[in-house]
Every structure is written in structure tokens, then in C-alpha cells.
Design a protein around this ligand. Sequence first.
Ligand code: PLP
Length: 491
Amino acid sequence: MDIEQFRKAGYQAIDRICDYYYSLQERSVVSKVEPGYLRQHIPLEPPEKGEDFQAIADDYQKFILPGLTHWQHPSFFAYFPTACTFEGMLGDLYASSTCNPGFNWLASPACTELEAIVMDWAASFLGLSPAFTNASGIGGGVIQTTASDSVLATVVAARARYQREHPDVKLEDLVIYTTSQTHSLGSKAGLVFGVHVRAIDVDLDDQLSLRGEALRNALEEDARIGRHPFILIATVGSTSSGAVDSIPEIREVAKDYPSLWVHIDAAWAGSALSCPENRGVLHLEDFNAFADSVCTNFHKWGLVNFDCSALWVRNRKNLTEALDITPTYLRTKHGDAGTVIDYRNWHLSLGRRFRSLKLWFVLRGFGVEGFRTYIRRCIELNNLFAQQVKTSEHLQLVTKPSLALTVFRLIPRPVSPDQPKFSLGPLNELNRIFFGRLSARDDIMLTQTSLNGIFCVRLAVGAARTTEEHVQQAYDIVSKEAKVALESWEQ
Ligand code: PLP
């Protein structure tokens, strides 16, 4: 493809993307294809001779689009929606066009310098302590691929720090602390590094939040048996229910365990810190005061297209001392002098995408005000849904709604006041039938979860085009399927 052919194909691609967005609402949210569908349409070997790009672009429309689940659909309420914006897409396009693996300052000074500045912008508008900024010269922010990768980099740094402070401790005695509500990234980090993971139990009565006492008990127990917890992955806004660990209590306990690295996983809820009214419930002031690292995914609730996981550390040296390997071919004058950031030493890979460009485009395009308006709208829309669940005849909130997430289940109405309560087994069975009905539909998408043995349904608001009408429609569908599920269960 030459430059003029690219110009033509590029104009067409943008036209088709615009048409896609215009037609989004008419599409079903969930793809209707069956497993293996694509093998019937795509040859199993690459072509011997290059093909005309028009044919390739047409095949994308014909074969790929029908197999997509439309995450930007306004009735997508599953997982955590990934609000995507045209500003971000354009940022990605420009970034792809120059193809910079900007691993060190010299590899592309603008990539490093923009990331350092934009991560400071982000820290500032989320209300993070100046200690986490690149401008501090001690802490700093870096964009990673995912929250899981952010944890991997953090665990390496925490392990190296712990081993420096306790040189006699054996690798097999190290433990990563999580809770039963931590995202699977905690267990995955344990698998990758071959260290134990201890998931501390949390209680529904505490809204599934890790309490100080449970943490202290675990630490004391592990000390007695010679185990060494070196990092706690605390969650601010858990995946299943939006639970927020008790950071003030964790802070108190951490005072007695100065070698324990505390990482705040705010992959989803971090974006809500942009609004000052959310900072109290998310314990910003506390984690600002003592956490070693904080992560939030702008690719979740932050209007930036995947991938853009922001990680801040209080002391960048912990990352660089654990991850800096500099063979001769990577040495540079500025790197040797220590006058620049070389981001290759802040994460696991060497090459890295120029992700700060899309974050910059989005933050400038929306401004702090526009970003906050979007977050507040999602929370309001979720409240609208949660309010109806609260007053519904058959539905019940399982936990308090958290920001833009509601977790609920179906409960049969007692026929008489002295009717015995349904036990968990049959209730879970009923809710599986209920969720089965919801997930058989293609006009809406929600996800299931389990909270301390209770099977529940989650609804998360986040798609940029979701309006009150879509949320009302979602409630009507949920309510209708609940009634049908109940009727079939009671027969
Ligand atoms: N942490 C939380 C609280 C999440 O909700 C998720 C994903 O939903 C993750 C981490 C994992 O994010 P990633 O896919 O960026 O690794």
C-alpha cells in the first residue's frame, strides 16, 4: 500500500467507523455467532500473494464485525464497561503511525516526556499526593499495559525491597497478601513469581472490605510460622461488588510492619477519584499518606481505549533497582548521567507503546470538568437502577451499590409471614435460572458473580453512550426475566 492508497483506505476506515457508531444502538450487544464460526470464512493459510486492501477491509465488515461483542453499546452493562472515545482512538492512530517502542528517553524523547507530564496531570486531577508525581523526582507515574502487569511490576519491586531489608529470608517463605475479593491478578502474580498467596477472608457484614483486625491476625499468624508477607494488594473498588478495603485500618496496622508494601488496586474505581465527593469513601487521604503504589486503569472507566493502566509509586528507585538491566546496547549518555527517565526500567518488557498520547488527547478533549461530568452521570444512572431494585417486589441488593455498580439477586416473596426462609442452595439455583435467562438475550449484557457463596448478578454503568432510557430498559428487562424465572421455579 502506498501513501495515496493509505489516504484512501484511511478515509474509508474512518467513514465506516462513524457508520458503526451511528448504527451501534440497532445492533445486538452480544454476538450471535457460534464457536468456530470464523474458520468457515477465513482460509487456514495466509495468501501467497498480497491482496487488494479493499477486499481485506470488506472482509472485516463481513466476518469480524458480526463476531464482536459491542462493548461500546449503550446497553452493555457487563464486567466493567470500557468507555472509548474518539479522542483516544485518534491518539492511538497517531501513536501507531510512528511506531515508536520508546523504551528509553533517547528512543523518542517526546514519548518519555509526555508520559511523565501526563501522568502528573492524572495524579493531580485524581487528587493523588504530590509524592507520587514524576515532578517529585522520587516517586513517579508510568503507564503499563494492564492492572495485572502493574501488579507484576509492583510485586518485583516489593520483593526486591523486602529481600534487601531481610537478606536471610528464603524465597519460599515469602507471601503475597490478597483478600477473597481481590482480582485474580493477585493469584496470577503468585503463579508467575512462585510465591505463596494468602487470600484473607472478608465478611459480607463489612461489605466485603478488608478490616485491620483480620489483616493483623494474618500477619501475626504468619510471623509465628515463619512466613514473610511482603506485599498487600488492597482493593479500592473490587471487581465483584465494588468493595473498598478499610484503608484507614490497614494504615494503622502497616505502621507496625514497615517492610510490608501496600499496593492499592483501584483499577476500576480510581477514575471516580476525579470527583472530590468520592474521595472520602475511597479513602484517598489515607492511601495518599502511606501506600507504596496505586494503580488505576484509564481503559476501564477513564474514557481511554484499551490499553492504559496508570501506576504510581512512592519511590521510583524500588522499581528501577529491581528491573534495571542495562547491556551496552541500551546505554545512553543521558541514561548514564541519570538526568532522564528510562521507562524500560519501570516495567517488565523493554519496548512499550506510546500510550500517553491517547491519555493526553482525552484529558485535553474532555478537560477535568468533562471527565467529572461523565463519571457523575454513570453514578447517577447506576443509582437510578439500584433505587428500583431496592423498591422491587422480587429483587434484592446483595451489597450496597458502589459508585456505578449494583449487585443484586432474585428473592421469592414469602407467601406467609411464618413461611421458612429459603436456604442458600435453592436461592442460588433460582438465581442461576434468572441469570441464564438474562444471558440468553442479545439486547443487553450483564455478568454474574458469587459473593461468599451467594450467586448474584452485576450491572455496571460505564459505556459512554448509556442514557437514562437504556438503564430504564435494562431494569424493565431484568424485572421481566425475574418474574419469568420465579414462575418457572415455583412450578
Ligand atoms: N483490578 C480490578 C479491581 C478489576 O476490576 C480488574 C478488571 O476488571 C483488574 C484489576 C484487572 O485489570 P486488567 O485487565 O487491566 O489486568
